[in-house]
Design a protein around this ligand. Structure first.
Ligand code: SAM
Length: 314
């Protein structure tokens, strides 16, 4: 299936570097190339894509808070068009010191990854002893940034015993929490034993969770229960793909623009920045027409042909 739909949501991976090494993203012993997106090119790319209809920009990585330019980029976007929604996806490690400045720069929302509340598990999963920093980062973000959500990649036999604890933690801070299905990537193909479906998790939860209406362009299906003050979301790209509502494009730190994590075709947007507007527009329109809407379920064969999330921004 291929649908020609204008993109509204841009995810920009500012750099491939990260201060954690989460095993589901980059297994221990594997190395990542270090790529930083040049600031001037990111700004020009954003200016161009804004012309093409982008209305929401999420900075990701690697870890976007490692970029010295993150605050300036957020301010740049807000100066370009105050109505663009600005967001980050972060592991939270540096947010205790950066949340206030990011909010002052105009950051509208933050998604923070929190896969476990167990310090030993956190170390095993990420290679670092930084759970306390992440928790402080979450508190600072909740204090300063308008909208904060927690994201948890659930893995069978690793952290799927912590769902209730994570919901109670999120509820105690008034933060919505989303459980993300483990997705195939460069280091593990479809069928990885860590995969556990959202429906299985929903069945196991002790709350009387009721679905909330609507999923406008969003990836998550939300639920709540009378005793919870928060929404619990399920992002289920494997068991309940949301491709038909997807209006995302993704820019890597190296300048490649993709319509999907799992697309094989891309254009080099940084190269096109020096071309005339008409050529850039044509290349962009062609890319949009080629969007396959197959998602991760269309992936077959070996993991080596799949994306690395640290390069694509997850
Ligand atoms: N460093 C930031 C962070 O940790 O949130 C941003 C980059 S990270 C690659 C972006 C998102 O990708 C995170 O929410 C992460 O949990 C998710 N991710 C990475 N590998 C994944 C996988 N195999 N399956 C599902 N989500 C994954």
């Amino acid at each position: 299936m291929s649908i020609n739909r204008p993109p509204g949501y841009l995810r920009v991976s500012l750099l491939s570097a990260c201060n954690l090494q989460c095993s589901y993203c980059l297994p221990a012993g594997k190395r990542r190339p270090t790529i930083f997106a040049p600031d001037d090119r990111v700004r020009s790319a954003i200016r161009l894509l804004h012309h093409f209809g982008i209305r929401k920009i999420r900075f990701t990585g690697g870890e976007p808070t490692l970029s010295k330019s993150l605050c300036e980029l957020v301010s740049f976007v807000k100066a370009l068009d105050g109505d663009i929604h600005t967001a980050i996806t972060s592991n939270g490690v540096l947010l205790a010191s950066k949340a206030q400045a990011l909010s002052a720069a105009g950051l509208d929302s933050a998604n923070i990854s929190l896969d476990t509340l167990d310090p030993a598990k956190f170390r095993a999963l990420t290679g670092r002893d930084y759970l306390d920093r992440v928790i402080s980062g979450i508190y600072a973000a909740a204090k300063h940034i308008g909208s904060v959500k927690l994201n948890c990649v659930l893995m069978q036999g690793i952290n799927d015993d912590e769902t209730e604890k994570l919901i109670l933690f999120a509820d105690s801070r008034g933060l919505d929490l989303r459980f993300i299905e483990f997705m195939p990537n460069r280091y593990s193909a479809l069928g990885d034993p860590r995969f556990v479906s959202s429906d299985e998790i929903l069945d196991r939860l002790p709350w009387d969770l009721r679905p909330l209406p609507g999923r406008p362009n969003g990836a998550a299906r939300y639920y709540t229960a009378p005793s919870l003050a928060i929404k619990v979301g399920f992002i289920s790209p494997v068991s309940h793909p949301f491709c038909d509502g997807c209006d995302r494009v993704r820019l890597t730190a190296g300048g490649l623009l993709y319509t999907c994590l799992y697309d094989s075709s891309s254009i080099n947007l940084f190269d096109l920045l020096t071309a005339d507007y008409g050529r850039a527009r044509t290349a962009f329109d062609e890319l949009m027409r080629s969007k396959q809407f197959g998602g991760c379920r269309s992936t077959t064969g070996s993991a080596t042909t799949l994306p690395s999330f640290f390069a694509m921004g997850g």
